[in-house]
Design a protein around this ligand. Structure first.
Ligand code: ADP
Length: 261
């Protein structure tokens, strides 16, 4: 009858979706391993170029005039930048390639550990970081989730022009409902920095996507948020941003508890 037919159709659609999702996963894996191999080989060649440029600068410096030396220095600067880009590509490809176990862990502990890396900067730039006391336990790959907090906090400090930078970290309980109707905590990291125009809310998560010139705001390769997004995707979570130019930015994300937290 009609109902069985509808059921059959639904089942077929579910199977198609599962197949599609598996294919996507395979393609992603292939891309990751391609990025890994390509980056590795590029790094090797680059090392050669770097070494011989240094030899020229050091051993032939009395044979090259100032303009020539200036060109060589620019080549070396370009090589350094490319090395950073490749290192970040390797890190990005490593996110999903390296399988690590999920654990139930105190997210407050992860945040504290991430903040520890910024102790010096916090002191020098008089940054204030306020963290909610009662952050929840979450089901995640701890090292990866720590990297999520690390990258977002690092940006919150970097893209801040205020004399008294303030970063607030906490959760909005029960904002999100997952597919089975459970409420999931939504983490937020809020800063009072330069803000982001709404037309860039999606673009900032793309690889090598930066909104500034290389020399501005301490530089960067534009991979940090792509890594963050990939980690959240691997946790089957969601991440998004709210922001007002000149006032500040709030990154929000949630990950499913896996029914275990
Ligand atoms: P990077 O910092 O290396 O440029 P990211 O992927 O971490 O790369 O960030 C991408 C871009 O998003 C940055 O270049 C910056 O323009 C913007 N951005 C990220 N975080 C913030 C923030 N908290 N406030 C303002 N802009 C930000």
């Amino acid at each position: 009858n009609g109902l069985t037919n509808a059921n059959k159709q639904l089942q077929k659609k579910t199977e198609d979706l599962e197949q599609y999702s598996k294919e996507l996963e395979d393609v992603n894996k292939e891309l990751d391993s391609f990025a890994f191999t390509a980056s590795h080989d590029l790094k090797g060649s680059l090392r050669g170029i770097s070494t011989f440029s240094q030899f020229l600068l050091e051993d032939y410096s009395n044979k090259i005039d100032d303009t020539g030396k200036d060109y060589l220095k620019r080549i070396v600067a370009g090589i350094n930048r490319m090395q950073n880009l490749i290192d970040d590509l390797l890190a990005l490809s490593g996110v999903s390639r390296m399988k690590q176990p999920f654990e139930i862990i105190d997210s407050g502990k992860l945040v504290k550990e991430a903040i520890k890396w910024f102790e010096l900067t916090v002191e020098e730039r008089k940054v204030k970081i306020e963290v909610d006391d009662d952050l929840p336990f979450i089901y995640c790959v701890p090292a990866k989730m720590k990297e999520v907090f690390y990258n977002i906090i690092s940006n919150a400090i970097k893209y801040n022009d205020k004399p008294d930078p303030l970063i607030e970290i906490g959760v909005i309980a029960g904002l999100n409902r997952n597919t089975v109707g459970q409420r999931e905590p939504v983490f937020f990291i809020k800063d009072n920095g330069i803000g982001i125009k709404s037309e860039y809310f999606d673009k900032i998560f793309m690889v090598f996507r930066r909104l500034h010139r290389p020399e501005e705001y301490g530089g960067g390769t534009g991979v940090g948020l792509a890594i963050v997004k990939k980690i959240i995707d691997d946790h089957k979570g969601k991440i998004w941003v709210e922001s007002e130019v000149g006032k500040g930015t709030k990154f929000l994300f949630s990950i499913p508890s896996g029914g275990k937290a």
